[in-house]
Design a protein around this ligand. Sequence first.
Ligand code: NAD
Ligand code: WQD
Length: 347
Amino acid sequence: MSNSKVLVTGGAGYIGSHTCVQLLDAGHELVVLDNLSNSSPEALRRVQQITGKTLQFVEGDIRDRPLLDDLFANHSIDSVIHFAGLKAVGESVQQPLHYYQNNVAGTLTLCEAMAAHGVKKIVFSSSATVYGDPASVPITEDFPLSATNPYGRSKLHIEEMLRDFSVADQATNELSPWSIVLLRYFNPVGAHPSGQIGEDPNGIPNNLMPYISQVAVGKLEQLSVFGGDYDTVDGTGVRDYIHVVDLANGHLKALEKLDQPGSEGVSTYNLGTGNGYSVIQAVEAFEQASGRQVPYKIVGRRAGDIAACYAAPALAAKELNWHASLNIDDMCSDAWRWQSNNPDGYS
Ligand code: NAD
Ligand code: WQD
């Protein structure tokens, strides 16, 4: 694939930083725009250390239109990978305005600036959360969409907004139409195998894997397993955990697709492994990988949780030539290397 200049919004974050490593390794030039609201510049320093390559970092907000205008005027950007956004489900219920402002209004401002500067290729970080409580598993991309919280609705609104841009292009026979890839991630976990970059949540983690890691390293006492009475293999919730490096590679494949002739319009892909693991199975895999005990107790269900969620990943295999190649043991051993090397994350 030809090298190109990519704007990576939210590139200092968990998935963004891993994607920057893969993009630099593949020879792309990068401009990262991040307001550091949920990340550290240290992640980008380590990305450059791992790859031995440099990237340009702009500290700023996707809602800052003058800054975006300067950025597009000063760099000849070919495409945008758009990770920037807020992602905590519980916080989104308490602060919906903040979530719609950051995620929806932010994406709108970014897209307005892109269109004004003739950059109309974008890969967007969507989420399996847009499937709400699916009627069955595995989930294909044509399943009905519904969201159960403001975070999920912000992803749905953005997906719909991007589809509208594309419909308008078709109606007017726009000469340089939008090319859009929506990637619906399942449950990203793990870390770069170097142990230098990984997930660094603020405070007590909401998500399972970082919580397990912090129990294993001794920062937290025990895991509360939310619900033991689901209709699943052992009664605990089942999810499609996907290694963040596999996920990052999916973005390279999406960029390749945007560069192919006939990529105009919107393409939507699940990025998951297609395998579901229960909470107990995830705990056991982590214990095996780390050699540490992860004490847990089963408590009541968490509001809004669903029993089982895993992907049918065949469309991404067929159209992007992408599939996940790392398994749950890789996810746990890489997460453990990151956690044990960096017990306090980047700080
Ligand atoms: P993250 O919080 O680690 O990364 C997001 C980055 O965006 C952070 O560095 C943050 O500082 C930055 N940011 C936030 N608002 C911004 C703004 N207004 N302007 C500029 N920068 C801003 O999260 P992540 O886990 O890397 O997630 C990346 C994307 O993937 C998000 O859009 C998230 O919703 C989506 N996603 C994540 C998961 C997951 O479980 N991690 C699952 C599905 C989808
Ligand atoms: C996984 C399983 C929990 C913590 C969330 C967002 C989703 C997406 C990915 C962004 C469930 C159980 C968890 C704990 C537990 N993010 N669990 N004890 O809920 O599938 O998805 O992250 O788009 O939108 O909702 O992930 O890691 O929180 O939970 O028992 O302390 O682990 O009940 O079965 P989830 P998770």
